[in-house]
Design a protein around this ligand. Structure first.
Ligand SMILES: [Zn+2]
Length: 304
């Protein structure tokens, strides 16, 4: 072969290599742009579906409101039209499947016009098995509880048993600790299965003074009652449900759940001082469990 031809052939080969390399590069870059676009759309629709499912399920914790409507408004707020979503409401939760067509910019060159992104979420409202902070130092025995009904949280003189009137010693003993726990709630975490000590004695004065303070903190107009109340009212307290309260003096009682009540004025003077509240549904932060007895206090979580 003549030298001239060898040079010519090499030039041709180099040219082909360049063309192929540039095509591959452009192809890769184009696909990267389309993939990036799809990932953004997927992230947006996933975020919207998760937020809508959680907000919708929240409607099953607390007073059941409008899970479907709330989910739709959360989808819209997050850039997804409810028309793009399939929303199913079930007993204690909500499932949402949303999908959207995405137009390709460059993959069209290869004959692909559009793709589809999907996101699915299922959220449920489940009973809490632990409450991390805020529990008030009262316990009632496990019993069938009816929403809107009045229950005694702390007995008056003569009604207690073995020196216990429904008070708990959470994180310490004595009146000042008990008073703090009424005003601000116990700082620590409590779990179903934990044992806590009772706070024996009538505890009249600390109960009356701190409950009166809590009640005065309701600045809602008209003042909250069981017929109409604000879910953030200071008059709403979460207490402990125990298997049995009948221990002798200060003694351990086993937690079997948590429940919320809208408290009313402390009734009775001196040792007759009795605290009652109306059983309500409420929302809490904490660990949740499907197998926990439902005492009306629930949290929400994504289960898919
Ligand atoms: Zn209020």
């Amino acid at each position: 072969m003549k030298l001239k031809n060898v040079i010519k052939n090499n030039k041709g080969t180099t040219m082909v290599v360049y063309v192929v390399a540039i095509s591959v590069l452009i192809g890769c870059a184009s696909i990267a742009v389309d993939i990036g676009h799809i990932m953004l759309e997927k992230a947006e629709i996933t975020k919207a579906v998760d937020a809508a499912a959680l907000a919708g399920a929240q409607e099953f914790a607390g007073n059941v409101g409008n899970p479907y409507g709330v989910a739709c408004s959360y989808l819209e707020k997050n850039g997804v039209s409810p028309d793009e979503a399939d929303i199913t409401i079930f007993e204690d939760g909500i499932s949402i499947l949303a999908s959207r067509e995405v137009n390709y910019y460059f993959a069209r060159i290869l004959g692909f016009e559009k793709g589809r992104v999907e996101a699915a979420a299922v959220a449920r409202a489940l009973p809490v098995v632990s409450v991390d902070g805020g529990v008030r130092p009262f316990a009632i025995e496990d019993q069938p509880l009816l929403y809107g009904e009045r229950y005694v949280l702390k007995e008056g003189g003569g009604a207690g048993s073995n020196g216990n009137y429904g008070c708990l010693a959470l994180g310490g003993n004595g009146a000042s600790n008990y008073r703090y726990n009424i005003l601000y709630g116990y700082d620590g975490e409590l779990k179903v299965g934990d044992y806590v000590n009772t706070e024996p004695g009538n505890m009249s004065n600390p109960t009356k003074s701190s409950i009166d303070t809590l009640i005065r903190q309701c600045n809602h107009a008209p003042e909250c009652t069981i017929d109409s109340y604000n879910p953030d009212c200071p008059k709403i307290v979460t207490v402990v449900i125990v298997e049995e309260m009948d221990v002798n003096g200060r003694g351990p009682v086993r937690i079997c759940g948590f429940a919320s009540f809208l408290i009313e004025e402390v009734a009775g003077q001196g040792n007759q001082c009795q605290l009652a509240g109306y059983f309500i549904q409420n929302v809490a932060q904490g660990e949740l469990s499907e197998s926990q007895t439902d005492y009306g206090l629930k949290g929400v979580k994504l289960i898919r």
